[in-house]
Design a protein around this ligand. Structure first.
Ligand code: SF4
Length: 461
């Protein structure tokens, strides 16, 4: 199993990695894989969104993401300021340019939110169909959006699911750890840190790349997103009338600097405001880095910013160590459980992000591998059972504040772990398996369908 730091941290757009980024990637892949002989006789394209993508797709802008993918756009390049114009153009022409041909696609009719409950390979399934002149299906492709912007066909998903827990990597990287136990054993045998092992794996997988430049680019993209969020005010889109708060809170915090006003716990407001700035940008459909998802994108940047601004020994190498360590933990969680709210609830999104941030901070502050594993476990353990119930299907309530709270748990977890020697009761692998089982037991109402929890009680109010 090898999951690059650049797969875990992908530059994309908001508001959701599974419901926006994944569907955009899937639509583009559908076009890329359409055989020429089918394109030659194609008359119309039709897309069905199933399960969670149907129930919360409107609020997560899944329809708009599919349109953009069908227009050939990709998440890390599309200009957020041009999206409205691109979609208006498609609504006007009702045609897609595919293989030098114009094929009919009416956004109002040919994108179908399909609420029928059926047996699916994954809660986030999409069917892309190419139809002939008499509406006969020429070909169809099914893709699942499996969290963090990753997509897979049902067959690819089967292969992933069948991979044994301790599967050795076939790509041959020097430290092929698929779980925390193996990671710790490898680190102990080699006398190396988690970040070192991750770095070696990345260099092996992509020998020509400038890894540090790539890591710095990720941090810069996170920081730019945060700065945009801190500078904007007004209402977020979607109809809930949720106000952006980060800018106002940030201004107040800055005004308090140097005065004798702040309490010691004000540091938590700094953590919170950084996370909220990122998640407000995400909710507005801005440029965001998945970390490991869009809904949970605020936790890791906020904790890095905390590290840089509030920890004396902070340096650029520490930020790189943070990102590499966090990616190692995120890869283990994704491999053995899930980072998708539609699969396991918010414990897999904000819980995973908090565990990754706790591990990253602990590593950047000089923690041992055992302390890092302990930090990740503490943070994840105390998100277990957390449901996903976004009000109105929008990634706003509870998501924005939830990221702020995720940062506090991450810093607390790292700090507690650093005060111990790494020995602890629940191994990280057990905690990840508990999260997976809890996700399986969780009612679908609490897995990004907006059919339970806050999503229902707020609508009833
Ligand atoms: S509640 Fe959590 S998992 Fe659900 S959309 Fe919000 S951030 Fe994502």
């Amino acid at each position: 199993m090898f999951l690059s730091v650049f797969d875990i941290f992908k530059i994309g757009i908001g508001p959701s990695s599974s419901h926006t980024v994944g569907p955009m990637v899937a639509a583009r892949r559908f076009l890329a894989e359409l055989p020429d002989d089918i394109v030659a006789v194609a008359a119309r394209i039709e897309v069905h969104l199933l399960g969670s993508l149907a129930f919360t797709g409107k609020g997560h802008a899944t329809d708009r993401a599919v349109f953009l993918g069908l227009l050939g756009e990709i998440p890390d390049r599309v200009d957020p300021d041009r999206i409205d114009d691109l979609i208006a153009g498609l609504e006007d022409t009702k045609r897609l340019a595919i293989g030098g041909k114009k094929i009919a696609f009416d956004p109002a009719k040919d994108l179908i939110f399909d609420y029928e409950i059926r047996d699916q390979s994954h809660p986030n399934e999409m069917i892309f169909r190419c139809l002939g002149d008499d509406n006969n299906i020429l070909t169809e492709m099914v893709f699942c959006s499996i969290g963090g912007g990753f997509i897979a066909t049902p067959e690819e998903l089967q292969l992933i699911d069948n991979e044994p827990e301790n599967a050795k990597s076939e790509s041959g990287e020097p430290y092929p750890f698929a779980n925390a136990e193996t990671m710790l054993a490898m680190g102990q045998a080699a006398g190396k840190s988690i970040a070192y092992m991750k770095r070696e794996n990345e260099t092996f997988a992509n020998p020509g790349q400038d890894l540090d430049a790539g890591l710095d680019k990720i941090w810069k993209a996170m920081e730019s997103c945060m700065e945009r969020g801190l500078s904007r005010s007004g209402e977020l889109p979607g109809g809930l009338k949720v106000k952006r708060r980060a800018s106002d809170i940030h201004e107040k915090l800055r005004a308090e600097i140097g005065t004798n006003q702040p309490f010691d716990h004000t540091v938590m407001d700094w953590l919170g405001v950084y996370a909220m700035a990122v998640n407000e940008e995400n909710a507005a459909g801005g440029r965001v880095v998945t970390a490991p998802t869009n809904g949970a994108a605020g936790v890791i940047p906020a904790v890095i910013r905390y590290y840089q601004d509030h920890c004396n020994e902070a340096c650029i190498d520490g930020t790189r160590t943070f990102l590499l360590t966090a990616a190692a933990i995120g890869g283990i969680i994704k491999h053995n459980a899930s980072i998708s709210g539609a699969e396991v609830g918010c414990q897999g999104e904000v819980g995973a992000a908090s565990a990754m941030a706790a591990a990253g901070l602990c590593a950047a502050l000089g923690g041992t591998n055992e302390q890092i594993e302990n930090a990740a476990e503490i943070a994840l353990e105390h998100h277990l059972g957390m449901t996903c119930d976004p009000v109105g299907g929008l990634v706003q309530v509870p998501c924005i504040e939830r990221n702020a709270l995720g940062t506090v748990k991450a810093v607390t977890a790292a700090s507690l772990a650093l005060r111990g020697d790494g020995t602890h009761f629940v191994p990280l692998d057990r905690c990840i398996e508990t999260m997976r089982q809890t996700g399986l037991d969780m009612s679908d109402n609490y897995k990004e369908t907006s059919k339970g929890g806050l999503a229902v009680s707020m609508v009833a109010c």
